[in-house]
Design a protein around this ligand. Structure first.
Ligand code: FES
Length: 87
């Protein structure tokens, strides 16, 4: 499903069902580091300030997933409608 990512400066960016957070941010002019784009390298790790990530990477441990304060934005998504990210 589509959801909204909110940036630190309060911009709302819609992430479509078929695009990654990384791509949606990039299209909106928000630069993020990335490398593998497959959830394996950890380069795109981004802090989560609010909201519940839907983790789809192979980088984070179970404890890190449960804590929900960081995510890989190349593959992971949102369980609800809104994520506030440290971008
Ligand atoms: Fe490699 Fe996201 S770019 S984990």
């Amino acid at each position: 499903h589509a959801f909204t990512v909110v940036t630190r400066d309060g911009r709302d960016i819609t992430v479509g069902a078929d695009e990654s957070i990384l791509d949606a941010l990039s299209a909106a002019g928000v630069r993020s580091l990335s490398s593998c784009r497959e959830g394996v390298c950890g380069t795109c790790e981004t802090g989560v300030l609010e909201g519940e990530p839907d983790h789809r990477d192979r980088v984070l441990s179970e404890d890190e997933r449960a804590a929900g304060d960081t995510m890989m934005i190349c593959v992971s998504r949102c369980r609800g409608e809104r994520l506030v990210l440290d971008v």
